[in-house]
Design a protein around this ligand. Structure first.
Ligand code: NAD
Length: 361
């Protein structure tokens, strides 16, 4: 499998990349005894401590790992800002095969590095990490969120993330079709893992025509049977005539090649960094007349959920805050139309303005 970051090779050095993307700090963590190789990226702390999960991935190069953590942490800053949370953006990557290279010692050592930042970076679970791994990380640092409900934490963020994506999708429908009813709409969900399956559940309750794709055949069959969804082969995804395409697997599925083929009116999904190249691809999507819900806006439900753990607010408050994704999506789509911007540019502009305002105060 390829890397999350599919951007082409650049000659920029690390400081140049940090400067261009606006990062504050990059922490390289190395430990010979455990074999740990990790990078913690702190993008922006104007609004609060940098929060973002730790991803373990077998990157094909260190350069790709660095680029991935830089992109992901930057996305977290924008996500927190646009959602109105007092949090900064951060992320960590552990370089290695999550299936074969994990040990309790490695996780504990990673926790020590997180702890050395004294709360400036707060971590959580992400791709390649399990609840058990996070238990080891928690043994050496208290700066961890996304704790299981059984231990007094906010638990699995996926249902809340899916609810936010569903709200964003309905707002896109309202903007495009004047009505947010998804009954009878053809919706393709790519990736029916944690978030994707909950999203399918919402769509099913509204009687949408659901099409699903996943590389995990077992999960695909379970979800298809449970929600009467139609399975689509990977090769057919972009050739399918659909109303809504929902990327809920990995990032960078939107690139010139896929956008050229796409036959849908709305794109709205949970995956982080859906655009392979933000400016180029958001413009291509706009030129095709497709409505695009910026990922960092509509997938913020999970972040709201972990934020509730820090701020000690209730599940009801989490849901009502996540429901607001409907209004903010509509606001951004209207702004983009009014100002002739892509929806991604409009969302970035709002998030950047919030970050700058806080810096100047
Ligand atoms: P997950 O690992 O549970 O599910 C991802 C699913 O995508 C898996 O079933 C996997 O088999 C499938 N998949 C992987 N590669 C694929 C491919 N090439 N084609 C089709 N399917 C493929 O992850 P998740 O927690 O459901 O998260 C999904 C996406 O949403 C990720 O990009 C994640 O970063 C993002 N996200 C998740 C949350 C959350 O609360 N879990 C919050 C914000 C963003």
């Amino acid at each position: 499998m390829g890397d999350f970051d599919t951007q082409t090779h650049t000659k920029e050095g690390v400081f140049e990349l940090m400067k261009n993307m606006g990062h504050e700090q990059l922490v390289f963590c190395q430990d010979e005894n455990t074999g740990l190789k990790a990078v913690i990226a702190i993008h922006n702390t104007n609004l609060g401590p940098a929060l973002g999960g730790t991803r373990m991935w077998d990157y094909s190069s260190e350069e790709n790992a660095i680029k991935d953590v830089l992109r992901l942490s930057r996305g977290m800053s924008f996500k927190a800002a646009i959602t109105g949370l007092e949090l900064g953006g951060g992320k960590a990557v552990i370089i290695g095969d999550a299936k074969t290279q994990k040990t309790p010692e490695l996780m504990k050592r990673f926790g020590e590095f997180v702890d050395s930042l004294n709360g400036k970076y707060i971590t959580a679970e992400d791709v390649g990490m399990s609840e058990k791994d996070m238990e080891y990380v928690r043994m050496t640092t208290k700066h961890v969120t996304g704790i299981p409900e059984s231990m007094g934490g906010s638990g699995d963020p996926s249902p809340i993330t899916a609810y936010g994506v569903y709200m964003g999708m309905k707002a896109c429908a309202k903007f495009k079709w004047g009505n947010d009813n998804l009954t009878g709409k053809n919706v393709l969900v790519q990736g029916v893992g944690h978030v994707g399956e909950y999203l399918v559940q919402h769509l099913s309750s509204e009687n949408a025509n659901i099409f699903i794709n996943d590389i995990n055949a077992d999960q695909l069959n379970i979800v298809a049977k449970k929600y009467n969804a139609t399975i689509i082969e990977s090769s057919e995804i972009f050739a399918l005539n659909m109303d809504i395409y929902s990327p809920c697997a990995l990032g960078a599925t939107l690139n010139p090649d896929s956008i050229k083929k796409l036959k849908c009116e709305i794109i709205c999904g949970a995956a982080n960094n859906q655009l392979e190249n933000e400016n180029r691809d958001s413009l291509l999507i706009k030129e095709k007349g497709i409505i695009f819900a910026p990922d960092f806006l509509v997938n913020a439900g999970g972040l709201i959920n972990v934020y509730s753990e820090i701020k000690k607010f209730s599940k009801e408050q989490v849901l009502s805050q996540t429901k607001k994704i409907y209004d903010s999506t509509l606001e951004i789509l209207r702004k983009s139309e009014l100002e002739g911007l892509t929806s991604y540019e409009a969302a970035l502009k709002i998030a950047n303005d919030i970050l700058l305002e806080k810096k100047n105060n």
